[in-house]
Design a protein around this ligand. Structure first.
Ligand SMILES: NC(=O)c1ccc[n+]([C@@H]2O[C@H](COP(=O)([O-])OP(=O)(O)OC[C@H]3O[C@@H](n4cnc5c(N)ncnc54)[C@H](OP(=O)(O)O)[C@@H]3O)[C@@H](O)[C@H]2O)c1
Length: 328
């Protein structure tokens, strides 16, 4: 993040000399002032609309377990009107209304255009609006790059990246029309640091990082905020649901190092934080009039790790990573 700030602001000023430098500084100042004023305007709009929309309507994808379920449960308890999703959920027309203590669950597979379109239309038809979307649904693929089939890699990206794109494309028209909304994308610290034997998972989350950073700039004039949550290790069903690359067999040349790395990954998840911690942070983000782009959430060690990547020579950081995953 620090690198991003330096890269966008400092060089544009340094690149100009003499009187052009003053003009550039004035121009930059004017641009910053305009952005700030624009930001305040957008903030006012969003705060007012959220107040009008009482309770706010929130869609969270992938709420049958883990982070999604914790977030949906907590927001429901806080008084939000929550729609969760599961690929296994029956159609709303086939079930009774949920009891007051439970949030509503609709069927949705984020890899299917029809399923996403139907789910979002169902919510808009019932509520007339959608204030926030949490793109949480995700899967995790593990295995050496060489042992991973292209179809396995495609499925990973189809869920973790194209799934988010699909949902965004279906909710943005409604949010633009409302002139308000918040899209929260569940990334990962693996979207900031490449994780060994999770290269395709990391690729899907790195893609999500760039996508969200860019989308945020596009939709800000419509009062829509785009936010990334970047969890470290959390105790969820992700470990049990994880897909292992079909080529990761005992005959693989990577088997010894893969086995070490997998043991570290699973141990870290087993000792990870409770997903309720993310739920609490999510609610604060949704209440915030002007949320930041990135919210890394994890242990102190994980957050120090992220910082080290920014400040350490890359060869040293790579050594730390190989040591952490028992790959030395
Ligand atoms: N746990 C961690 O340590 C950790 C760390 C960093 C980031 N994350 C991210 O957090 C998010 C949630 O993960 P989790 O740890 O809570 O895992 P989880 O317990 O396995 O939950 C994954 C959820 O995603 C849903 N899902 C999977 N494929 C789907 C699809 N094609 N369409 C719709 N829903 C789908 C599942 O619902 P159904 O199977 O019922 O459809 C399930 O509810 C993921 O994006 C993950 O990458 C997790």
């Amino acid at each position: 993040m620090v690198m991003f700030r330096q890269g966008t602001c400092t060089p544009s000023v340094q690149a100009n000399a003499g009187c052009t430098q003053k003009l550039a500084v004035d121009g930059t100042f004017a641009l910053l002032l305009k952005l700030a004023l624009g930001g305040f305007k957008a903030t006012e709009v969003r705060v007012n609309r959220i107040r009008e929309s009482n309770p706010p309507v929130v869609l969270i994808t992938g709420t049958s377990s883990g982070i999604g379920r914790a977030c949906a449960t907590y927001l429901h308890q806080c008084g939000y009107r929550v729609y969760g999703t599961s690929r296994q959920a029956p159609d709303l027309s086939q079930v009774d209304a949920p009891p007051p203590e439970a949030f509503t669950v609709i069927p949705m597979d984020v890899t299917s255009d029809t399923s996403v379109a139907t789910g979002i239309q169902t919510i808009l038809a019932r509520e007339g609006r959608l204030d926030a979307v949490v793109n949480n649904a995700g899967v995790s693929l593990i295995g050496a790059v060489e042992d991973t089939l292209l179809e396995e890699a495609r499925f990973q990206l189809e869920t973790n990246f194209f799934g988010v794109l699909r949902v965004c494309q279906h909710v943005l028209p409604a949010m633009r029309h409302q002139q308000a909304g918040c899209i929260v994308n569940m990334s990962s610290m693996g979207g900031l640091v490449g994780l060994p034997f999770q290269a395709i998972y990391s690729a899907s989350k790195f893609a999500l990082e760039g996508f969200s950073e860019a989308l945020r700039l596009e939709v800000r004039p419509y009062g829509i905020h785009v936010v990334l949550i970047e969890p470290g290790d959390f105790q969820t069903a992700i470990t049990a649901h994880r897909q292992i690359a079909r080529g990761a067999q005992s005959t693989s040349v990577y088997v010894r190092r893969f086995t070490h790395a997998r043991a570290v990954i699973e141990a870290n998840e087993a000792h990870g934080s409770a997903p309720e911690r993310i739920a609490y942070q999510l609610e604060r983000i949704l209440r915030h009039a002007s949320p930041r782009l990135r919210y890394p959430i994890g242990s102190v060690v994980e957050r120090i790790g992220l910082r080290l990547k920014q400040v350490m020579p890359s060869a040293w950081f790579e050594w730390v990573m190989r040591w952490s995953y028992r790959l030395l």
